[in-house]
Design a protein around this ligand. Structure first.
Ligand code: CO
Length: 287
């Protein structure tokens, strides 16, 4: 027998496209930047939407998001500053505080409100929508909620830190969120100037980076993602980024579902008929 030793070279992901999103007003007049879910970037399977909000002007957020439905996907709210109260039609209620995450599986449907629990000061955070596979869209609604102290922080060289919401770092730190459908990675990474960060990802995953503050160089080509920009990465096995200055960023990755997507406002299903059914069920108070 011949012994073969195969050493596979990891493919480092390079920057594919950059976007800065577009300003939107949603809910009751909340001003945000929509980064995924725009004409420029409709979706990045299974990521359906990414909204970033960051304002200390109360009139930009005070209206909040009064009662509205969701069906067919998950909403992930991650707050960096400020407080948001959520309340649903099944009696579930709570407050998301700075550093906390609410990972909500809307499944077959909920009606909820998301309202700022403050009348002044900074409100900063993100809402990410992650699609569910056809087989899971009509499951019972569920929540995975973690305050800041339940989000594992991995401490790296020179003061670098990784807050792991979902997925496992190269050093084996695993975040608390469970999603067996698209196996997401969702990490909040802080790098001092000059520090490098490496993260293995699935070769077929869709991967994006959003720079909260600072500037990163990506891969071997060292193309840059600047302040408040999102970079979609090319295919590959690992993400390697270097901070050109002190930088904080979100890294997200997930398996694409590769299923047809039908969208109708707060409902995301596979077919137009299922969207019409969602509107009908909502109207008939079946949520
Ligand atoms: Co909502």
């Amino acid at each position: 027998m011949m012994q073969t030793s195969i050493k596979v070279k990891l493919v480092t992901r390079e920057l594919q496209t950059l976007t800065s999103g577009q300003p939107v007003s949603d809910g009751n007049g909340v001003k945000m930047t929509r980064i995924i879910g725009t004409p420029e970037l409709n979706m990045l399977d299974p990521f359906l939407l990414l909204d970033a909000f960051e304002t200390d002007q109360a009139q930009d957020y005070i209206g909040g998001f009064p009662d509205h439905p969701h069906r067919g996907f998950e909403t992930v709210t991650y707050l960096l500053a400020g407080r948001m109260r959520h309340k649903d039609n099944a009696g579930h209620e709570g407050v998301i505080e700075p550093g906390g995450v609410q990972w909500m599986t809307a499944g077959k449907g909920i009606i909820h409100s998301e309202m700022p629990e403050q009348e002044n000061g900074l409100l900063q955070g993100f809402q990410l929508w992650i699609n569910l596979p056809a087989s899971e869209k009509m499951q019972a609604p569920a929540y995975q909620e973690f305050p800041a102290h339940k989000i594992v922080v991995e401490h790296l060289e020179a003061g670098a830190e990784v807050r792991v919401i979902a997925g496992t770092t190269n050093n084996g730190t695993t975040g608390p969120v469970i999603n067996p459908y698209v196996h997401p990675i969702y990490m909040d990474v802080f790098l001092p100037k000059g520090q490098q960060f490496e993260q293995a990802v699935g070769a077929e995953d869709n991967v994006f980076i959003f720079v909260i503050n600072g500037e990163l160089s990506v891969g071997d080509s060292m193309r840059k993602i600047g302040h408040h920009q999102m970079g979609v990465l090319r295919k590959g096995d690992q993400v390697v980024v270097t901070a050109n200055e002190e930088t904080r960023f979100l890294l997200a990755a997930a398996h694409p579902l590769n299923e047809p997507v039908a969208r109708g406002g707060p409902f995301v299903m596979n077919t137009k008929a299922e969207i019409l059914q969602a509107f009908e069920d909502f109207k008939q108070n079946k949520f």
